[in-house]
Design a protein around this ligand. Structure first.
Ligand SMILES: [Fe+2]
Length: 132
């Protein structure tokens, strides 16, 4: 197993950041598997093989969704944007722009690690987090 999900020295990262990175890597792997099954199903002619692969890709859909839900539960701003984009009818890009703008305006939509924001508020020095 590689450690490609880390872009900073792992020993310097908090445990929760390493867990988050692992789930990001897992989400990527599930998306890749979905893409691979899509390609295999596009070319496979054997009905029994197709049935097996169709069942398998359903598992990958489930895994992707569970990984995404885990990540969204830990990043309120990401979750807020996702709620404005996912499972919505209409223009995807328009929903994305609207959701991003709304999340940027929301005081409660910051990163899930709220401690620096609380400290900043009590000291009157503004947010220590990167503004986007
Ligand atoms: Fe999977």
């Amino acid at each position: 197993m590689g450690f490609d999900q880390y872009h900073e020295p792992p020993q310097e990262l908090p445990e929760e950041t390493r867990t988050f990175a692992r789930l990001c890597a897992s989400l990527t792997e599930e998306a890749e598997a979905i893409g691979w099954y899509e390609q295999r199903l596009a070319v496979e002619r054997d009905p029994e093989a197709r049935a097996v692969m169709a069942d398998a890709v359903g598992e990958e859909y489930k895994h992707f969704c569970m990984d995404l839900e885990f990540l969204l539960r830990r990043k309120p701003k990401w979750r807020e944007i996702a709620q404005g984009v996912l499972l919505q009818e209409g223009d995807i890009v328009e929903h994305g722009e609207t959701a991003e703008a709304a999340a940027g305006d929301s005081a409660s939509s910051d990163d899930s690690s709220s401690e620096p924001r609380v400290l900043a508020g009590t000291l009157g020095i503004g947010s220590l987090k990167e503004e986007r």
